[in-house]
Design a protein. Structure first.
Length: 254
C-alpha cells in the first residue's frame, strides 16, 4: 500500500507537470500570434493615419483593426460627440472637452492593456511553481526509496540508483517546464511595454492634433446626389423629391 501511494503521488506530480507544459506552450502560441497581429495592425494603421491630410480626413478612415485603430476610434467618437453637443449630464461626461477626451483615451488604452496581459499571470504562476512541484515529487520518491532500501538491507549501487533516479526525473521535468514559461513571460512583458509606450505616444499626439480643432470634429454631412458612391435612403429618390418641390416646379415653368 505505501509503495502504491508513493507511485500514485509521483505519477500525479509528473502528470501535473505535463499539464503545465501543455498550458505553457499553448499560451506561447496564442500570445505569439496575438502580438504578431497587433504589431501588423498598429504599423498599418499608424502609417495610414499620419498620411492623412488632416485630422478630419483621418477620422474618415475605416476598416482598420488593432489597438491603435480602436484608440483612435474612441477619440474620434468623443470629438464628434462634442460637435453634437451632448445633453447627458453625469459623472462620465463631466469636465471640459480635453479632459473628456483624455479620459476616454486612457480607458480604451487600459482595455487594450488588459487584453495584452491576459494569460501572463498563468505563465508567471507556472514558471514559479513548476520547479517546486517537481521537487515535491522527487523528495517524496526519494524518501520512500530510502525506506525500501533500508528494508532490503542492501545499500549497493544497483539497489540505490534505480529508485532515486526515477524520483529525480520529477525535478528535471519541473525545471524543463519552468524555463520556457519564465522566458515567455519576460518576452511578452517586454513586448507589452513597447506596445504600451507606442499607444501612449499615439494618444498624446492625438490630443495635440485635436487641440488644433478645438476638440471638435464636424459630423459627416449626408450626401446623396453629389457623391455617387453614397446610396440614397431606402424608399426615397432625391431627384424625384426635388421635382415635387413647388418652388422648384415654379422656377422650372417660369
Amino acid at each position: 500500500m505505501p509503495s502504491l501511494s508513493t507511485a500514485a503521488i509521483v505519477d500525479g506530480t509528473l502528470w501535473t507537470l505535463g499539464a503545465f507544459s501543455v498550458i505553457t506552450w499553448g499560451l506561447i502560441l496564442i500570445k505569439g500570434i496575438q502580438h504578431l497581429r497587433v504589431a501588423h495592425y498598429n504599423h498599418k494603421f499608424n502609417k495610414v493615419f499620419w498620411r492623412a491630410t488632416d485630422i478630419k480626413a483621418a477620422s474618415e478612415l475605416s476598416g482598420y483593426s488593432g489597438p491603435a485603430a480602436r484608440v483612435a476610434s474612441i477619440g474620434f467618437g468623443t470629438l464628434r460627440d462634442a460637435d453634437g453637443g451632448t445633453t447627458i449630464h453625469d459623472l462620465e461626461h463631466t469636465g471640459d472637452r480635453q479632459e473628456l477626451l483624455d479620459r476616454r483615451l486612457r480607458q480604451q488604452m487600459q482595455k487594450e492593456r488588459g487584453a495584452l496581459e491576459s494569460g501572463l499571470s498563468v505563465l508567471a504562476t507556472i514558471g514559479s511553481t513548476a520547479p517546486f512541484v517537481g521537487l515535491f515529487g522527487t523528495v517524496w520518491g526519494i524518501m520512500h526509496a530510502l525506506q525500501d532500501i533500508s528494508k532490503s538491507g542492501s545499500a549497493s549501487l544497483d539497489v540505490v540508483a534505480g529508485p532515486i533516479g526515477e524520483a529525480l526525473v520529477a525535478t528535471a521535468l519541473g525545471i524543463a517546464v519552468a524555463v520556457p514559461a519564465v522566458i515567455a513571460y519576460n518576452f511578452f512583458v517586454r513586448r507589452n511595454k513597447v506596445i504600451w509606450a507606442f499607444l501612449d505616444d499615439f494618444a498624446t499626439d492625438f490630443v495635440h492634433l485635436a487641440l488644433k480643432t478645438s476638440f471638435i470634429i464636424k459630423r459627416p454631412a449626408a450626401r446623396y446626389v453629389d457623391d455617387p458612391g453614397v446610396a440614397p435612403p431606402q424608399g426615397k429618390n432625391p431627384v424625384a423629391e426635388l421635382h415635387r418641390d413647388p418652388a422648384h416646379a415654379k422656377g422650372a415653368h417660369a
